[in-house]
Design a binder for this molecule. Structure first.
Ligand code: ATP
Ligand code: FE
Length: 372
């Protein structure tokens, strides 16, 4: 069967059609970067306004691309509880509900972070094995989640770690702004910072900046707020007035140091989580879990340096055998509706095709704070 997924949680209006045989029949993302580039961050009202056009346009384009009408669609998936910006979410949810009612199709509500987490089950020919360790690195979240399959298509999520302050994506975005990094065409601050952080042997400043290290605390929780402070301090040592245009060489060198530290922090936590799951150390589980794969997803998992470092880390942990590591393709790491439609396929399968009631307080199932 085929599911039309709609996503409008932040600054992209997206619609996609995915079938239960794991085919992406259409995947449309209407980006808003041009609207937010000048302010250096997402403006909630402008984003919501833009969704009011972007969502219907994306739905129309998705049906067109798949050469389908609503008769060819079996269900609609949306993200009633997000997480995301309320005004933005509601544009997509209203559209999804209107379409479902008008066409007498079941509506399934899925969770935005579950959708990020489950994307490799859609894209990999040999899907990751359970139990799996999810490293979710995105604009709003930085989490380690142990995901197990309780019965086919039904998953249990145990949050092992969250961030105590900023998310890793937020750290990238704030640092890009602080270092005055211009946004690449059609891209946001994360990829723009990554481009600035490319190793450059001619950059003399890089060697003058000490590696930015985050303390390795005893607990598993992430903390990114301190890293921004370090960037400010180190940059100010080289260039005291951060309000003035920062010389490129400094911004590029600092971006590279930042990226190294941000990624290292995530790697430290992955190592720590795997140790604990294996029953090692003071906080090791008394009932060790044999993790069969690691999945990194969410927007920051686009980052090529993070991908390489994570690959190296897992190879070092278990030489020879190596714990399999999966990333969604870059286009499906950041927000997209294919992941929403796919999570909808799984949820429908787990519920034997039953949709959610329109008036069901779906929010209650996924209260803020307990993300899954
Ligand atoms: P959430 O999924 O937590 O609700 P979100 O939907 O806003 O948040 P995503 O679309 O999953 O987040 O990811 C966007 C984040 O990923 C932004 O912070 C962005 O800067 C970051 N990002 C995207 N590409 C890269 C990259 N190449 N390097 C680093 N960060 C990146
Ligand atoms: Fe997201």
């Amino acid at each position: 069967f085929r599911v039309l997924g709609i996503e409008s949680s932040a600054d992209d209006s997206a619609a996609a059609i995915v079938s239960s045989d794991r085919t992406i029949l259409a995947n449309i993302v209407e980006k808003q970067h041009h609207i937010h580039a000048s302010s250096g961050g997402i403006h909630p009202i402008k984003a919501q306004d833009s969704h009011a056009v972007g969502v219907p346009v994306a739905i129309g384009r998705a049906l067109n691309e798949a050469k389908m009408g609503m008769d060819d669609i079996d269900a609609i998936a949306d993200i009633p509880s997000g997480p995301g910006m309320f005004g933005c979410l509601s544009v997509g949810v209203h559209a999804a509900r209107a379409i479902a009612v008008a066409n007498n199709k079941p509506l399934v509500g899925v969770h935005h972070m579950q959708a990020h987490a489950l994307t490799p089950l859609l894209t990999e020919t040999e899907p990751p094995q359970f139990p799996l360790l999810n490293l979710l690195v995105s604009g709003g979240h930085t989490m380690l989640v142990l995901t197990t399959e309780t019965k086919p298509y039904d998953y249990k999520y145990e949050i092992l770690a969250n961030t105590m302050d900023d998310s890793i994506g937020d750290a990238f975005d704030k640092t890009a702004k602080l270092l005055q990094i211009p946004w690449l065409d059609d891209q946001g601050p994360g990829p723009s910072l990554e481009a600035y952080a490319q190793p450059d042997p001619t950059n003399r400043v890089y060697d003058k900046i000490p590696p930015l290290r985050l303390p390795v605390p005893k607990e598993l929780a992430f903390s990114y707020a301190g890293l921004k402070t370090k960037v400010v301090k180190e940059t100010a040592k080289l260039f005291p007035n951060l309000q003035k245009p920062i010389p490129q060489e400094i911004a590029r060198a600092m971006a590279r140091r930042f990226q190294e530290a941000a990624v290292q922090h995530a790697i430290d936590k992955v190592n720590m989580a795997l140790d604990q799951l294996e029953g090692k150390g003071e906080h090791g589980r008394s009932d060790p879990v044999i993790v069969r794969s690691v999945v990194a997803s969410g927007g920051v998992a686009c980052n090529a340096y993070l991908r390489t470092r994570l690959q190296q880390t897992l190879a070092e942990r278990s030489p020879g055998t190596g714990l399999p590591l999966y990333f969604p393709p870059v286009a499906l790491c950041t927000d997209n509706a294919a992941m929403i439609a796919w999570a909808g396929v799984l949820r429908l399968q787990a519920r034997d095709g039953r949709g959610d009631e329109l008036d069901e307080p779906i929010m209650k199932k996924w209260p803020i704070g307990s993300v899954f």
